[in-house]
Design a protein around this ligand. Sequence first.
Ligand SMILES: NC(=O)CC[C@H](N)C(=O)O
Length: 235
Amino acid sequence: MTNDTIRVGVLSLQGGVIEHVNMLKKIANVIVKELKSTEQIKVFDPHGMILPGGESTAMAIIAEKDQELFPYLQQLVHSQKIAVWGTCAGSIMLSNQVDHQKKGGQSLIGGLEVQISRNYFGRQINSFETTLTLNLHDDQEEGGASINKMEFEGIFIRAPAILKTLSDKVHIISDFNHTKPDGTEETVIVAVQQDNMLATVFHPELTNDNRFHQYFVDFIIKNNQQQQQQLNIIK
Ligand SMILES: NC(=O)CC[C@H](N)C(=O)O
């Protein structure tokens, strides 16, 4: 990261792109760009990527024009291991197991070892807001994880829910008690992190609070340092 400039790309096929861009513009040392194609991603060479919310089926259809796009994103996330944050539809793209996936629908990047269920809370009309507690993990620090708790407004729009983690590499950042239509309660997971991946099923970009975006920028910096260290070990 020359001159401490952090390049963050926001995948811009469809959905809530500009909201992420505006949030990131408020953070020092960040250059943010909307990226629509493989070529644009290659030229910008991001340190971190945001996969925004929207409609994952629509995003997959739009991406058909650029057959290289999803394989290239997979390479960035899984070989180059750049930091990536999926919000809502973006979290579906990162997940390894997707319930209620449309046939030929969501193009997946995968890697995040969770089971996610699309449109879990119902239709658009069932969208809601609730105050969440986030347990932000700082486990790249020496001496193990330190956890920073913060209250955060969770905005859920036709959101998926993470039903299960499939590996102990996945850290749960937030879950909450949800009352199902039949009146029974259950705990659903709404934010996780694993290695270089972060996923939220809610929308921090729709609040006036950019602390989660700041967390992602710090996550990019730490991830980048870790990747550099790995490279030095290999050399
Ligand atoms: N706000 C959102 O991103 C909704 C996600 C959408 N329901 C999907 O499955 O793609």
